[in-house]
Design a protein around this ligand. Structure first.
Ligand SMILES: Cc1ncc(COP(=O)(O)O)c(C=O)c1O
Length: 349
């Protein structure tokens, strides 16, 4: 029985082309700036994002943390979405390690922060207040079902933030999904932000790595924070080689994942006992709920036994993420298995 793993696009394995590139990678000591493959990947990333420079980091979490550390000082405040990855899933690193306060404003269902809410959250000068330094956006938005922020919306937030002397960091872990969904270059989604991070190890299928991009001065300072966090990697060209393949060969095909996510959502909507938790499926994330008469625990256990794996986190809808290790016929097979589990549970309800 084939396991169809829809928990996350992070479970994707390096492709044969990546493994070959890793094997053959030219390497050096990257802490000395001497790894030619890392240097090439960083230059590529900066070019793709339309920024002056880029920094390879081990993870999206570390890229976001380095961005916060570089844009702020201890005791500052940053504005984040109340559904943002930085707030929910990065172990509070911005606060514990960066010493900043995370001020949450509501995300709407499309992953946006209302500009009026941002305005209201920016502190005025007052001896009682921390200083607001940074606004963080997320594109695509993980907890908002892979929602996409448009270039115009991002520009609007940047204009507002910059007018008040704040910087903007974009958590673009899945920015290429957004670019493909909108049919725009990724650089258009990041053109006015002060920093943007993106991941190689999600839908792009590389084994490890994220890139933080920004101005030359910003990246120079960020490099020092990466070292402080223990993220200075030596012959990291091994990782970078896979990243280069990811950027050259894996971006355009994300459209297939989006088509498969829509196929999955359409199929789920037909299954008695399941409702979609999203109005639309913009990219590769599908969230769904069970009707109240079906037990979440029983559904999760029974589904796992059929070899279909989906994400489940306390009280949240189920999450299914499409990626390059799941084909459209796998989607049909997964739907058949999900339908079977729902039928069995309904017969007992
Ligand atoms: C939106 C977003 N940002 C950041 C991250 C963190 O990436 P990593 O798992 O590489 O630390 C993730 C991971 O899923 C994510 O979805």
């Amino acid at each position: 029985m084939k396991v169809i793993d829809l928990r996350s696009d992070t479970i994707t394995h390096p492709t044969p082309e990546m493994r070959r590139a890793m094997f053959e990678a030219e390497v050096g000591d990257d802490v000395y700036g001497e790894d030619p493959t890392v240097n090439r990947l960083e230059a590529m990333a900066a070019g793709i994002m339309g920024k002056e420079a880029a920094l390879l980091t081990p993870s999206g979490t570390q890229s976001n943390l380095i961005a916060v550390l570089t844009h702020t000082h201890r005791g500052d405040e940053i504005i984040v979405g109340d559904e943002s990855h930085i707030l929910w899933y990065e172990v509070g690193g911005a606060s514990t390690l960066g010493g900043v306060i995370m001020r949450a404003v509501p995300n709407d269902s499309r992953g946006r922060l209302n500009p009026d809410d941002i305005e209201r959250a920016i502190r005025s000068k007052d001896i009682h207040y921390p200083e607001t330094k940074l606004v963080c956006l997320e594109n695509t938005h993980n907890r908002c079902g892979g929602a996409v922020l448009t270039p115009d919306y991002t520009d609007e937030v940047c204009d507002l933030a910059h007018a008040r002397g704040l910087k903007v960091h974009l958590d673009g872990a899945r920015i290429f999904n957004a670019a493909i969904a909108l049919g725009v270059p990724a650089s258009a989604l990041a053109r006015n932000v002060d920093s943007v991070s993106f991941c190689l190890s999600k839908g792009l299928s590389a084994p490890v790595g994220s890139l933080l991009c920004g101005s030359k001065d910003f990246i120079e300072r960020a490099r020092k924070f990466r070292k402080m966090l223990g993220g200075g990697m030596r012959q990291a060209g091994i990782i970078a080689a896979a990243g280069i393949v990811a950027l050259e060969a894996m971006i355009e095909r994300l459209a297939e994942d989006h088509a498969n996510a829509k196929r999955l959502a359409q199929g789920l909507a037909q299954i008695k006992g399941i409702t979609l938790a999203q109005d639309e499926i913009p990219t590769n994330i599908v969230m769904f709920r069970l009707s109240p008469e079906l037990s979440v625990v029983e559904f999760a256990e029974s589904l796992e036994k059929t070899g279909v794996r989906v994400g489940l986190r306390d009280g949240r809808p189920f999450r299914a993420v499409t990626h390059c290790m799941v084909s459209s016929s796998d989607i049909d097979e997964a739907l058949a298995r999900i339908e079977g589990v729902c039928r069995k549970l309904r017969s007992r309800a």
